[in-house]
Design a binder for this molecule. Structure first.
Ligand SMILES: [Cu+2]
Length: 101
């Protein structure tokens, strides 16, 4: 029985290692440009480059929700940004937003 526990432990460690990869991919920052800011709705429109994890192979313009409405105070139309997109309750959401120069 002791041996079985060891095997299970090794399997769990392996599984944890396998999950480390997607977590890394989640923090990928995407380049974009702000084309619209809708503060009352908590939404931002971004022209963005490819987002592999959403199978968006080509850049385009789309609307995102923001995880925190205060993010929208930091940017205005025309700003170049880096952002971390994710899907929250099925909606494309900006988790992190940084202005770039
Ligand atoms: Cu898109």
């Amino acid at each position: 029985m002791k041996r079985l526990a060891l095997v299970l432990c090794a399997t769990a460690t392996l599984a944890a290692g396998m999950f480390a990869q997607p977590v890394m991919a989640q923090s990928e920052m995407i380049n974009g440009q702000v084309t619209k800011v809708d503060r009352p709705a908590g939404k931002i429109t971004l022209r963005h480059g490819p987002i592999k994890k959403f199978d968006m192979d080509e850049g385009h313009t789309m609307v995102f929700r923001v995880a925190d409405p205060t993010m929208l105070k930091q940017v205005k139309v025309g700003d170049k940004v880096k952002f971390e997109p994710d899907r929250v309750n099925g909606q494309f959401t900006v988790m992190r937003l940084e202005k770039t120069k």
